[in-house]
Design a protein around this ligand. Structure first.
Ligand SMILES: CCCC(=O)SCCNC(=O)CCNC(=O)[C@H](O)C(C)(C)COP(=O)(O)OP(=O)(O)OC[C@H]1O[C@@H](n2cnc3c(N)ncnc32)[C@H](O)[C@@H]1OP(=O)(O)O
Length: 311
């Protein structure tokens, strides 16, 4: 049943958008948890909203690349409760963006994110509320990773705890020189709970994941590249003379993968997503269905008519 739901999620594309939009939000979201797991989204949303501060800002650009900014600079961009709710809403907006091709996730004011807001953590430190927050964030970050957009985390400064987990909910990670990704959970008497451990194992293998989590290792750009966590290192600091601003560098880096019509880029992400998440026979059937959405579609016909050569 879960696989079926995921297959439906992967299949979601512009040609299905109208039908899809008619379905209730939770059915179409590809969430990990729903009411059958005792999860009540509205209840936890109400609780989280009480811990306010900061925002998650979304800028959708004509280029088809959106920028999602974690914005709570006075707390090093820590996630307040209301920011967790904001994130879920921004992900919904991105799920319904037919022109979208790429996404950059960044932090405001030259740092990425210092995890969950420790003030909110203290206030909801009972087990029940902790579980609900964990399920809520796992749902949002799973939906973020499953967006039909090619996503990249632009890490400047520190990505700590939940901030490190957030980087793993993107397809790629770029680090600015001098920045650090650190799963500090062990120092907080915790393990990742926003899905970061499961995704980390997929990205770097279980040996490296064990080292990073067990040692709360500070991952600098060089180590990140060596273990396959990081896909590129950006030149200098945003203020450094000469180098383009980091966001511009990240957009340039991403644009090589987002060049072309949105339905094709979205289809690329979906076939990779199905290969990554589904058993082979299920992934093959999904790939066939996604292929059916681009075969004979305008971009395909245009390419055939232009007799393009791939030299
Ligand atoms: C499943 C999720 C698990 C988690 O995410 S648990 C949370 C993990 N994160 C942390 O423990 C980060 C704790 N913070 C730190 O280590 C340091 O503040 C940090 C980020 C290295 C920055 O150090 P400094 O540059 O010396 O700056 P600072 O400590 O003076 O911080 C500036 C202001 O930001 C605040 N802040 C930073 N991280 C926060 C957080 N996570 N929650 C709430 N407030 C946070 C900090 O308290 C300080 O505020 P104030 O100026 O004292 O009012």
């Amino acid at each position: 049943m879960v696989l079926c739901a995921l297959r439906q999620q992967v299949l979601r594309c512009s040609s299905h958008c109208r039908t899809w939009a008619r379905l209730p939000q939770r059915q179409r979201s590809g969430c990990v948890y729903s009411s059958i797991h005792g999860f009540n989204q509205d209840e936890i949303k109400e609780k989280l909203q009480a811990f306010h501060g900061g925002s998650i800002d979304l800028l959708k650009q004509d280029s088809g690349i959106a920028v999602l900014t974690i914005n709570n600079p006075s707390r090093m961009n820590a996630f307040s409760g209301s920011m967790m709710v904001d994130l879920e809403e921004r992900v919904s907006q991105l799920e319904n963006w037919p022109e979208g091709k790429g996404l950059i996730v960044q932090g405001a004011a030259e740092t990425f994110c210092s995890g969950s807001d420790l003030n909110a953590v203290r206030a909801i430190s009972n087990q029940q509320d902790g579980m609900k927050m964990c399920m809520f964030m796992q749902n949002s970050l799973t939906r973020l990773l499953r967006l039909p957009l090619i996503s990249v985390a632009l890490v400047e400064g520190r990505a700590l705890g939940g901030g490190a987990e957030l980087t793993t909910a993107c397809d790629f990670r770029l680090m600015a020189a001098g920045s650090v990704i650190q799963f500090v959970h062990k120092h907080m008497g915790l393990v990742p709970g926003w899905g970061g451990a499961a995704r980390l194992v997929h990205l770097v293998g279980s040996q490296n994941a064990l080292k990073l989590l067990g040692g709360a290792v500070k991952v600098d750009p060089e180590l990140g590249v060596n273990i396959g966590l990081v896909d590129g290192v950006l030149e200098g600091h945003q203020k450094a003379g000469g180098a383009a601003p980091l966001l511009q560098q990240a957009e340039n880096w991403l644009s090589r993968y987002t060049k072309g019509p949105a339905p094709v880029i979205q289809a690329v992400k979906k076939v990779v997503l199905s290969g990554r998440e589904l058993p082979l026979s299920e992934a093959l059937r999904t790939e066939k269905d996604i292929f059916g959405t681009v075969w004979g579609a305008p971009a395909n016909l245009e390419a055939l008519a232009s007799k393009s050569k791939h030299k």
